[in-house]
Design a protein around this ligand. Structure first.
Ligand SMILES: Cc1cc2nc3c(=O)[nH]c(=O)nc-3n(C[C@H](O)[C@H](O)[C@H](O)COP(=O)(O)OP(=O)(O)OC[C@H]3O[C@@H](n4cnc5c(N)ncnc54)[C@H](O)[C@@H]3O)c2cc1C
Length: 563
């Protein structure tokens, strides 16, 4: 077993983890980052093509931080924690500039000086900085430049399986070195959890393979509360073919017009003012409805049209996607691309305070693992802004707290227990293959807990989830090696996914209304009287207990009760 001790332990090396580690390292403490893959090669952030929202000195006439706040809260159907949204809109612009100071390049207008700005669904003005279709990658390039310079200890290919705690606070974590198969015991004064989302819970997803909700399950197991787990965002424009690309982000909403098989630009019916720049939940539901009512394409989607742009525009603005189009035989100047919704983002996550600290002392949670900013539906481009702000806040607060407290002892026997599952899976001769279980889970969630839900579908899903959960204990591997065994990783991730699936489904069943990304066909309207509140989930022994708590409406309330 390998032992490490650090002041601040950052779990995850995406944008939120890199930002938190960078910030924590400014405060004279020892920082260690542990991640499931290779630095700059894993997580969702490197895939983000879009932009970062923030109203800085570059803003357009008429735009303001108050308006960004209003757009975010309206987009989130008033379920956002408003004090966190205020922090987001006030602090994101300086962090966008800070990224530039540490080496990120943002696209400029023709004058070569002022930022080129993108507008996307739900934003009132173009206010989002970007670089071609590799904004997230650029962000990571700049942040990791600092992470490497600052002597932050990086443990790559290490999967955390359990957080450690004493009676008063978090004390570290236990993981598995995926290269060697050895157990890793990490003692820490404070922990920042940044494991990203859980898109792999669904059959079609834009998320990379490692996005399996580990952070949500780890936090829940450590005693933290999850909040708003019923709100899962489906990006409207996922590829449908070829199969190897299915679910991947296929086009950007601000560069397409959407048509059904009758040649109608159908968003005129669903949101005549904003059309494709409506919020993602509305566009996803509109596509779902068009297809369900027989107006879809041969692959079960609708048609994204980019032919109206000047020649060369798409190649210039989204070069990586353009290259993909060419490989699959699509010429966006003349062809339409068939697309459909794909699981994209989790609005829910761990409930946190203004420093992104959870209810477990010393445990901070940032990026997609944290809840509160996005409410019932995330506005486009706000995730990258949120991970900068939450990473910076948590990094600073975790470092300060670590400087004040001592290292707590941890019991190495706990580490053994945490990795026992891996040993059992490796030694079991017969049983269910992790990939089989994973596929069943993903299909179940897609069919019963996705874009459109109902009491019957959710109750059915809960029953099936119980069965799937019991089958976790009979997972067996075809490959018995401890070194780089992806099947073993998949088997371990299935535990996390199954827990997240139960949380999403339980909360979705209890919320008898439709709001943001949560749509119940048996309760199609929002109900502010009954449901302007959060659902939180805690784990008590093997049981998940759900509680209703008030929403922070400190600055604005829904006008006239309507959303
Ligand atoms: C295709 C796509 C495009 C997007 N585009 C945009 C956009 O343009 N603008 C925008 O604002 N938002 C966008 N989003 C959303 C945004 O990119 C993500 O929400 C955000 O990048 C998540 O960052 P993160 O740091 O929280 O997680 P990630 O970047 O996913 O990082 C998670 C890290 O945790 C590690 N990890 C996971 N589990 C474990 C474990 N058990 N042990 C150790 N390490 C672990 C992973 O290896 C990884 O290093 C997009 C999302 C997708 C899927």
């Amino acid at each position: 077993m390998h032992h490490f001790a650090t002041d601040v332990l950052v779990i995850g090396g995406g944008g939120a983890g890199a930002m938190a580690a960078y910030e924590a390292s400014k405060h004279g403490v020892k920082v260690t980052m542990v991640l499931k893959g290779f630095p700059e090669r894993c997580g969702i952030t490197i895939m983000a093509p879009g932009a970062i929202a923030g109203v800085g000195s570059w803003h357009e006439p008429g735009d303001s931080r108050d308006l960004h706040f209003l757009d975010t809260v309206r987009g989130g159907s008033f379920l956002n924690e408003q004090r966190l949204v205020r922090i987001l809109v006030e602090e994101a612009p300086d962090l966008i500039l800070e990224l530039e100071r540490i080496g990120a390049l943002w696209q400029r207008k023709a004058d070569g000086e002022s930022y080129a700005l993108r507008i996307d669904g739900g934003h009132s003005y173009p206010r989002c900085t970007f670089l071609e279709d590799r904004t997230g990658r650029e962000m990571m390039r700049a942040l990791f430049g600092e992470v490497k310079k600052r002597n932050i200890n990086i443990l790559s290919n290490t999967m955390i399986l359990k957080l450690l705690k004493d009676e008063s606070r978090v004390t570290g974590a236990v993981g598995l070195n995926l290269e060697t198969g050895e157990t890793v015991l990490l003692r820490a004064k404070t922990v920042i959890l940044t494991c990203g989302g859980a898109g792999n819970l669904y059959l079609n997803t834009s998320n990379p393979t490692g996005a399996t909700g580990d952070g949500y399950a780890l936090a829940l197991d450590a005693g933290a509360e999850l909040m708003d787990m019923e709100f899962v965002q489906f990006y409207p424009l996922g590829f449908l073919f070829p199969n190897s690309l299915r679910g991947n982000l296929g086009a950007l909403l601000y560069y397409v017009h959407l048509f059904n098989n009758k040649g109608e630009r159908f968003m005129e019916k669903y949101d005549p003012e904003r059309l494709e720049l409506s919020t993602r939940d509305r566009v996803a539901r509109a596509i779902y409805t068009e297809v369900k009512e027989g107006r879809g394409g041969p692959h079960g989607g609708v048609f994204a049209d980019m032919t109206y742009h000047e020649p060369g525009f798409i190649a210039k603005m989204q070069p990586a996607l353009y290259e993909t189009y060419q490989k699959i035989g699509i010429t966006p100047e003349k062809d339409r691309l068939e697309v459909a919704p794909t699981c994209h983002f989790f609005m829910g996550g761990v409930r946190v305070d203004e420093n992104w600290q959870s209810s477990v002392p010393g445990l901070f949670v940032t990026g997609e693992n944290a809840a509160g900013v996005h409410g019932a539906n995330r506005l486009s481009q706000n995730a990258l802004a949120e991970l900068l702000v939450s990473g910076a806040r948590a990094g600073k607060a975790a470092a300060k707290l670590a400087a004040e407290i001592g290292q707590a002892p941890v019991d190495p026997r706990e580490a053994k227990t945490a990795t026992e599952l891996a040993g059992q899976m490796l030694s079991r001769e017969d049983g269910i293959r992790p990939v089989t279980l994973r596929n069943r889970l993903r299909r179940l969630m897609w069919e019963k807990v996705a874009v459109i839900r109902s009491e019957a579908s959710l109750r059915g899903a809960l029953v099936e989830l119980e069965v799937l959960k019991s089958q976790l204990e009979s997972q067996a591997l075809s490959l018995k090696s401890r070194h780089y065994n992806q099947e073993l990783v998949e088997g371990l991730e299935n535990y996390f996914l199954a827990t997240v699936a139960q949380c999403v489904t339980k909360a979705a069943l209890l919320r008898t209304e439709s709001r943001g990304a949560h749509y119940r066909e048996d309760y199609p309207a929002a109900d502010n009287k009954r449901w302007l509140k959060h659902l939180t989930i805690r784990q008590k022994a093997d049981d998940l207990t759900v509680q209703e708590i008030p929403v922070d409406l400190a600055e604005i309330k829904p006008e006239g009760g309507a959303l």
